[in-house]
Design a protein around this ligand. Structure first.
Ligand code: UDP
Length: 337
């Protein structure tokens, strides 16, 4: 994949630089960069290797860091488009992993996604436990501000905000303008309840996006609605990339607050969310807490069985080699003569 000629990210973009100025009330953005805290940026010599995939709970997750994901998006957004299709990104967390088991449409949406990023420490921990490690968590709500930050420094980006309650995306757009002047919100839309089953409304959304000509559509419709809608329409979305990122628009607007950093690090963001929306989330998290460990255990057992079978096969092959050679029929004939 060819990259545009870019200046290397200066040292100032390391962890010392907050992604978000403290004066801007953008709840979504943690001031600390993801994972290693390094964003070395892109330069002309950087090649984007096809990210390795990790098979977890029936999903192939890209083993990318936050930096790698931003690089990938930068490349897609800047490349001369080879086809009209809008690429899309999904960010599986524990809840998605559980939903996927029962929802073949969601599995298909995940299978066709162009980038699948692990949103949630438990997914990353499970990957390590299962011997197919993911480098770090790449939460959708962190990916978006990191992407904006990067484009704000090195380019320009046109964004369409799709989702959240009426009026929220407008507030998010105002905050974004203050924080990332080179990131232009070219359109916002909060679709009415039940829009996904209304063909006219879906066409209306596609027309709105097409009129605004964004590079990126930030889709905040909640899971699995956002993934299913984008999967169904991605060939018709007139943008380069769609990011399925849940409550990110609410976070950008300051409508919802993310968990404190220590809770995020400890993998307790779910607890923070559950306390802020107990009615909606208690049942969900209770189900996830019951099912997810079973998924991990099932995969662990399957891996162990596979390892034993592979060892057995190797043993059989070696013992086959050592077994005395049977004389061929030709040999037997020759010996008889
Ligand atoms: N949402 C929406 N339209 C819908 C359903 C949900 O715009 O038909 C928005 C909702 O307002 C909120 C977001 O989707 O901004 C839900 O994000 P969240 O990550 O909380 O959803 P989850 O995937 O956790 O259910």
């Amino acid at each position: 994949m060819s990259l545009p000629s870019m200046p290397s990210t200066p040292a100032s973009s390391t962890s010392a630089t907050p992604v978000v100025p403290t004066t801007v009330p953008v709840g979504a953005v943690s001031p600390q960069p993801a994972g290693s805290g390094r964003h070395t940026g892109i330069n002309a010599a950087t090649h984007l290797p096809e990210a390795e995939k990790r098979q977890l709970f029936g999903v192939a997750i890209d083993a990318l860091t936050m930096e790698g994901a931003v690089d990938r998006l930068w490349s897609w957004i800047n490349e001369a488009q080879s086809d009209a299709r809008c690429r899309y990104v999904v960010t599986p967390n524990v809840d998605h992993a559980v939903l996927l088991q029962e929802n073949p449409d969601l599995r298909a949406a995940y299978k066709d996604a162009d980038l699948v990023l692990a949103d949630g420490h438990p997914v990353v921990w499970a990957s390590r436990l299962l011997g197919c490690p993911l480098p770090e968590r790449v939460a959708g709500s962190e990916l978006v501000p990191h992407l904006f930050d990067f484009f704000n420094r090195y380019g320009k980006l046109k964004v369409f905000l799709l989702g959240a309650a009426a009026g929220v995306a407008e507030v998010a757009a105002g905050n974004m303008l203050q924080q990332w002047p080179n990131v232009q919100t070219v359109g916002v839309y909060s679709p009415p309840l039940g829009f996904e089953n209304d063909k006219v409304e879906c066409a209306n959304i596609l027309t709105k996006i097409a009129r605004c000509k964004p590079d990126v559509v930030v889709v905040g419709l909640g899971a699995p609605k956002q993934e299913l809608w984008v999967h169904r329409h991605h060939r018709l979305i007139d943008a380069k990339v769609a990011l399925c990122v849940g409550a990110t628009i609410d976070f950008l607007a300051g409508e919802k607050q993310r968990a404190p950093y220590w809770m995020q690090r400890a993998g307790l963001e779910w607890a923070h969310r559950m306390c802020s929306e107990p009615k909606r989330l208690v049942r969900r998290y209770a189900r996830d807490a019951w099912v997810f460990p079973q998924l991990v255990a099932r995969q662990w057992i399957a891996n162990a069985r596979q390892a034993v079978a592979a060892e057995q096969q190797q043993f059989d092959q070696q013992s086959g080699k050592m077994a005395p050679q049977q004389p061929s029929p030709q040999h037997q004939q020759d010996a008889a003569q």
